[in-house]
Every structure is written in structure tokens, then in C-alpha cells.
Design a protein around this ligand. Sequence first.
Ligand code: A3P
Length: 319
Amino acid sequence: SIEEEEELTKQCKELLLSLPRERGWRTPYIYLFQGFWCQPTEIQAIISFQKHFQAKDSDVVVATIPKSGTTWMKALAFAIANRHRFASSKNHPLLTSNPHDLVPFFEYKVYENNQVPDLSKLPEPRFFGTHIPYPSLSNSIKNSNCKIIYISRNPFDTIVSTWHYLNKIKPESAPELTLEEAIEMFCKGSVGFGPFWNHLLGYWKESLERPNKVLFLKYEDLKADINSNVKKVATFLDCTFTVEEERGGAIEDIIKLCSFEKMKELEVNKSGKSIKNFENKNLFRKGEIGDWANYFSPEMVQKLSKVMEEKLGGSGLSF
Ligand code: A3P
């Protein structure tokens, strides 16, 4: 994290001094920036993104709060929208690249290290990923006809997944986070790109007001019925499967290509690195619903349930 801090511009370092901060999960501190919590290098990249990114109507953005199924949804969206370009499943890019390389995050890959890349020549549709909350997306995203696919996950599994992941990727010198501490921070709202409930509600509200703009999905629904969700995504992206495609097994092929079992075993996902030089293998842990029950005490369940009810009650959103 010391190395990361050194990448910051003087301007960004000054900004940090004016922001509220809390203990971080992976870095010493996270900062409250535009109403959400994030790390210093993310803030710098987000500022650059907000200033420079020009959306095209054909863009597809996969948005999530971390550990909600980002990798899975990036793979699915990419495979669904590009199915005519990469018809042969033998040389599909997803077999040799991690989804985070094919669908790069604005706040990591695209705008990291204060770079301003020329994105205008990328093949269309362009695919991007982001953890940035809806209100802080660039105006050109909000005002264009580009599409946003949001995937959410129940907060219990999201915490357990985050806790495992961050303890794996943290610098060796940083202390291990206990689950109790993780839940405490989550309930206070100070988790990357959180508070969790604000993140969900921002995209949820927009999906109700502009259903053609934001598709709001749940990890649990995808696990329960992936077939109809793949169709839903295709229709949302204006590329509905034809009857012939359905008969030919195009949907099943995509489901298999993007499945946890298939992706986890690919060489690129066993030995490669994508986001911020972190190992891809840590992105594939269990991929199940309800693993939280193996870790939460009854007190922990009560504490988190109460906060979720307070924050999401009446929104129409539940898990
Ligand atoms: P677990 O830690 O519960 O196993 P993200 O991609 O947003 O970082 O989310 C990571 C979670 O999604 C992890 O959950 C991971 O195992 C799971 N995951 C990764 N790829 C998946 C896939 N293809 N299908 C289902 N779940 C997947």
C-alpha cells in the first residue's frame, strides 16, 4: 500500500487530507469520497474517469459492489453480446483470458496510474466493469443510451466472500481481519464502494425508473435459473436469442462456458493475474449460496439482519 500511495498525484494527496477516513480492509485507511468509501488509488482513477470517459450508446457496463458475482456477469455479458463474433467455442477469448481483462474496470485497469487512454477505437460494443455507485458514474453514461447490468448478492454471502478474498490478497504486513470486525465495518457502511445498501438502492431506483437502461439482477436468481436470466440479459442488450439459436443449444453453450466449474479450471484462471496484479485463482472460491451459515454466529445473523431491515425495508429489495 505504500507503493500504491506513491502513485498518487499531489492533488489527490491533498484531497485525501480533507476526507473522512476509517480503517481499511486491505489498505490502512478507506476514505469517504462523494458519499462512498474507497481507497486512495481508486479515488484518483474515479476522478479521471468522471472527467474523461465518453460513453457510446452501444457500450455495456457491468456494475456491482465487490464480491457480488462481477466475474460471472462480465463473462456472461461478454459471451452473450459477442456470440456471433466468436461463434466457435474452441477459440473463445474467455478460454484464454480472465473476464476482468476482457471487461476492464474503469477504476482499476482503464484509468489507473493517472492515464487517459484513447478508447474511441475499441471494437463495439465496448465492455466495461465498475464498482462505482450510480450517482458517481460519468454524466455521459447516465445521459447516453448505453446499458448497465447490475448484479447484487445477499449481504451475508457478500461479507463472507469479501472477508475471504481480502484476507488472501492483503499485504503480508497487514493484520488479518476477523469476521466479527468485517461485519462491524460492513454494518457501519465502511466497506469498499459502500455503504452496501446505498450501492444497491442507487442502481435499484434507476432500474425501476429506466428499465431499458439498468437491468437489476441477483446472484441467487442466476443460480436458481441461469437459463431464463441469460435470455433476459440478451433481450436487454437488444440481441434476443432466435428460436434456431435456442434449438441449437446456444444458451447452454454460454452457460457452460461461464460456469464456475469451467472457469475455475482454465489455466489463465489458475495461474494468471488480472485486477491490480492479484491472482485470478482467488476470484473462484466456492460459488455457492448460503456459505455464510458456516461462519455466522446467531448474534452476527441478528446484527446484520437488523441493519439490512432498517436500510432496505420498504425499498422492495430483499434477499
Ligand atoms: P464465493 O467467495 O462465495 O465463492 P466477484 O466476481 O464479484 O469478485 O464475486 C466473487 C464470488 O463469485 C465468489 O464467491 C466466487 O466464487 C463467485 N464466482 C466466481 N465465478 C463464478 C461463476 N462463474 N459462477 C458462479 N459464481 C462465481
